[in-house]
Write a protein that binds this ligand. Sequence first.
Ligand code: 3PG
Length: 206
Amino acid sequence: MIEIFKKSPVIPVLTFNDINQALKVSEVLIEQGLHSLEITLRTPDALKCIEAIIKKFPSANVGAGTIVNTNQLKQVKDIGCSFTVSPGFTKKLVNEAKKIDIFYLPGASTPSEIIQLLELDIKFQKFFHARNSGGYKMLQTYANIFPDIQFCPTGGINSNDFTDYLSLNNVVCLGGSWMVSNKDLQDMNYTNIKNSAQLIMRRLRI
Ligand code: 3PG
């Protein structure tokens, strides 16, 4: 999974409750080159939206976020998600993901949480909430303290600082919602979403 994320290292974190909107936004992002998408499970129809995206864009790297219980892991495995993400973790979640064989990216922000995940043999971790937990400077510090751990920072990252995070050797990829604003979703402003994705792709090529 790390190699897949490296190829498309900016992961839009998206919240949908409408299948048509989910398909349209995903199409715009994937067409621009953002092939990894994390869809949160925070709405009643999130699962239906994820299922529709996976069916329509089978080559995209589509995952489910805000996993907080083992039932969700099973549900998203059944509809074909390629990865799952939590803002934190429990041993139960880590074990269940291993048992049902779905890729799980658990969240940590403190040294103790990072070590607890290391004890569970997890060396690729989400760093959440990235900005409020010290931002890329904290990750620079963690590179010295935990040289074997790689991170996917998420939370509070924006168009001005995402390249700072990606320039760190211990950052594989990052997630964020900044490229698809709530206003653009409400207004169905797909041009703005396309422009935002294009800007990211340009910055990634520099
Ligand atoms: C989330 O859980 O919504 C993600 O961490 C995205 O955070 P952001 O909206 O601050 O980018």
